[in-house]
Design a protein around this ligand. Structure first.
Ligand code: MGD
Ligand code: MGD
Ligand code: SF4
Ligand code: MO
Length: 679
């Protein structure tokens, strides 16, 4: 039976809700439930769902929440649509002779449990890869990690597709990656958005930028693309891809020459200033400026705005660290914050991520890795290479919260590697491209169908203890139950003792937070709160580094040559995060024949003899991709821009992207993709 018709047997009837119902009609049956958006987004919005009996009347952004301010984006609104989507999986599925057939949970648990035990017995537990991403920000959704460590320790990825180079960079410099509260940005006189596009990826930052701008703060954007964010900025600097390190060094050199640095901060709180200074002294300013693609006047203007108009705040994005030099580029930008003394002060900071709440979660309990006998790791962006190079050893893979087949670099190699694994299980809501290549797909609950603790913002330190809104359809199960049933079948005694109850799990993992707040888990239920004391990181100038000081980048680092001319592949292909989808999650219904859109400027169009709307092929060292060319004069010269997340039916941009890792943090280097156009 073909996949689609088979799945159609298990669809959930579409639950309609009426957003026009007048609330004043409601009687005692009406209630409002507090929940949150679990998507892997900076904003982690607070959401209120209003029901009459069991019928959802509407879903709204929480008006009282100081971040959400009553507004959620289309992806947040679509959470409900996805729950009710006709293609949602509602029963476990097994592939039998190439066809998907439904299977009972009892048999699912037995067959998967037997296979996991057999692999462990014959090859050891690390013959199984446990692959997970962060598609759902709920704490309970981490139960998979505890399970695989109790299993004996699986083979797991280390490093990141997402933010790894920057996290490692900030950890080296500050000792941790902590950000200022969004309200503190209003105190900045200068605000640089460096390689982030909040208009697409961090919508709730935009009102803060506009409010600051109204009060006189200068908003600056540094990006190879004149983004929707750049369009309302006061200043825009079109840096060349990956040249941010050169720009930061040029700015550093000017700051030193003009003595615009903060002597007190450097003397008391910084390590490595002499080496940093000596290194910059040895460089030629003009050469640095040329490498950035900016005019000398622009670099001086930007430096003056940053160094002479304090407090100055930098908000970094993640696009600029998905390069070979990604980590050191971030460290060179961190250095600007330190030498100008813009660290630990209101309105300042080099804001990359926000790991405040993570500091109050019991990571030992969540990971359960004391019981891991033999975890093995591989570099996450090199998944395909690792699997193909260890074919004999890898006997199984268990995927949770990820559509890795389309999200990893080098799609064709990823498909080959994934398909080569003899036993494959995926837990998801849908028959994604990854799921379709597996042997078993298990349907799991989504937000609204579960109680959970959502704390996953990479930007702010607000958290929500969400309440359950609906019952899950069909025989859909929470991962917590799936792994408990597996553990029961596999007789994993320790796991069953410590991880058998969601409340117990939340209570134990949140113990440090509950102690800080001085309340019980029950008291958090249905609440949205902010972690106090997280407004201005490093205010006491005591850094979490080994020396306790801010660690300036070691000047002896080797900065890899960038913008290297490559006559075979002269164009830089940037694959950025789409506005209307969270990665691949909202491309499911895209028409099969639609080609990924690729944007470039007039000059590039002319150079390649193209006109707007042309269907052409892009060719990289990895493969070929048919695309539709569109005009955007905001894109820098010799750059093509597209958005990630397309499913295999539309080919997808990762057919072209390179494997490889950044200098720090084992980060994927998607934006180092080079290509050419073929008509
Ligand atoms: N709508 C939506 N929101 C999302 C996501 C999504 O998929 N969709 N994903 C979420 C996740 S997981 C993440 S990691 C974040 C990512 O959030 P962002 O970091 O904002 O997203 P990116 O699109 O990766 O890159 C941001 C900007 O970096 C620029 N850039 C690329 N190369 C360079 C460079 O060399 N130098 C400089 N200065 N800039 C450069 C790009 O042109 C782009 O405008 O967004 C989160 N929010
Ligand atoms: N070319 C290019 N590729 C990129 C990037 C880029 O900038 N350029 N960015 C990278 C980045 S930053 C990231 S973070 C990765 C993201 O990579 P992924 O996290 O793999 O991407 P998603 O498409 O969000 O896939 C998540 C899957 O999890 C499922 N899911 C949602 N909720 C749950 C749940 O509760 N439980 C389970 N088991 N599954 C659930 C969704 O249905 C979806 O299929 O992609 C990376 N890929
Ligand atoms: S995707 Fe981001 S902005 Fe949209 S509702 Fe979810 S958390 Fe808010
Ligand atoms: Mo990400």
């Amino acid at each position: 039976m073909p996949v689609a018709s088979n799945i159609a047997l298990f669809i959930r009837p579409l639950k309609l809700y009426n957003s026009f119902i007048d609330l004043s009609w409601g009687g005692d049956t009406m209630k409002t439930i507090q929940t949150a958006c679990p998507l892997d987004c900076f904003d982690v919005c607070s959401i209120k769902v209003t029901l009459d009996d069991d019928k959802i009347l509407h879903v709204k952004g929480d008006e009282k929440d100081p971040i959400t301010k009553g507004f959620i984006c289309k992806k947040g609104l679509q959470l409900l649509e996805r729950i009710n989507h006709p293609q949602r999986l509602t029963t476990p599925m097994k592939k039998v002779r190439g066809e998907w057939v439904p299977i009972s949970w009892e048999n699912t648990i037995k067959e998967i449990g037997d296979k996991l035990l057999e692999i462990k017995h014959n090859y050891g537990s690390t013959a199984v890869i446990h692959y997970s991403e962060d598609a759902h920000g709920g704490l309970l959704k981490n139960i998979d990690t505890a399970f695989f460590n109790a299993y004996g320790g699986a083979t797991v990825p280390k490093g990141s597709l997402c933010w790894g180079a920057g996290i490692e960079a900030q950890t080296m410099d500050f000792g941790n990656a902590l950000g200022h509260d969004p309200y503190d940005h209003l105190h900045a006189k200068t605000l640089i958005i460096w390689g982030r596009n909040p208009s697409f990826t961090n919508a709730h930052l935009v009102p803060f930028l506009k409010e600051a701008q109204k009060k006189g703060t200068k908003i600056i954007v540094i990006d190879p693309v004149k983004t929707a964010t750049a369009s309302f900025a006061d200043y825009y600097y079109q840096v060349k891809p990956e040249a941010d390190g050169y720009l930061a060094m040029a700015m550093g050199k000017i700051i030193l020459e003009e003595k615009a640095y903060d002597e007190i901060f450097i003397k008391n709180y910084c390590n490595g200033f002499d080496e940093y200074k000596q290194y910059l002294n040895g460089l030629e300013l003009q050469a640095l400026i040329e490498a950035t693609g900016l005019a000398k006047k622009e670099v001086y203007e930007l430096t003056s705005l940053y160094a002479d108009n304090k407090p100055s705040c930098i908000i970094l994005g993640y696009g600029l660290q998905r390069y070979r030099n990604g980590g050191n580029n971030i460290r060179l930008i961190d250095a600007l914050g330190a030498v100008t003394g813009n660290i630990g002060i209101s309105g300042g900071g080099v804001n990359y991520a926000n790991k405040y709440i993570a500091g109050y979660i019991d990571a030992d309990y969540v990971s359960n890795d004391h019981s891991a006998s033999a975890s093995v790791s591989f570099k996450r962006p090199l998944f395909a290479d690792y699997v193909l190079g260890n074919k004999e050893q890898i006997r199984g893979i268990f995927v949770t919260k990820s559509n890795l087949v389309v999200q990893m670099p080098n799609t064709q190699k990823t498909i080959k590697a994934f398909s080569s694994i003899p036993f494959k299980v995926v837990i998801d809501h849908f028959m994604t491209d990854t799921a379709a290549l597996a042997d078993y797909v298990l349907p799991c609950t989504g937000i609204y169908e579960e109680e959970d603790f959502i704390f996953s913002s990479m930007w702010h330190s607000h958290f929500s203890y969400t309440e359950k809104v609906l019952d899950a359809p069909g025989s859909v199960k929470h991962e917590f139950e799936i792994f408990n049933r597996l553990a029961h079948y596999m007789k994993m005694k320790d796991f069953l003792e410590n991880y058998n109850n969601p409340k117990l799990y939340l209570g134990r993992s949140l113990k440090p937070l509950l102690e800080k707040l001085g309340c019980s888990l029950e008291e958090l239920k249905g609440k949205r709160m902010k972690l106090e004391g997280s407004d201005i990181p490093w205010q006491d100038k005591k850094f979490a580094t080994a020396s306790g000081k801010f660690q300036l980048i070691n000047p002896a680092i080797e900065v890899i040559e960038i913008n290297k001319k490559d006559s075979d592949f002269p164009l830089s292909f940037l694959t950025l995060h789409p506005k209307s989808s969270l990665h691949s999650q909202h491309y499911m219904d895209t028409a099969n024949d639609r080609l990924p859109e690729v944007f470039c400027n007039h000059k590039t169009m002319q150079h390649w003899n193209l006109v707007e709307g042309d269907d052409v092929s892009l060719v990289s060292a990895n493969g070929k991709l048919k695309v539709k060319m569109l005009l955007d004069d905001g894109v820098g010269d010799d750059i093509l821009v597209s958005y990630e997340g397309w499913w295999l039916k539309n080919q997808g941009v990762n057919n072209l992207t390179p494997e490889g890792i950044s200098d720090l943090g084992d980060q994927a280097i998607y934006n180092n993709c080079r290509c050419r156009v073929e008509k």
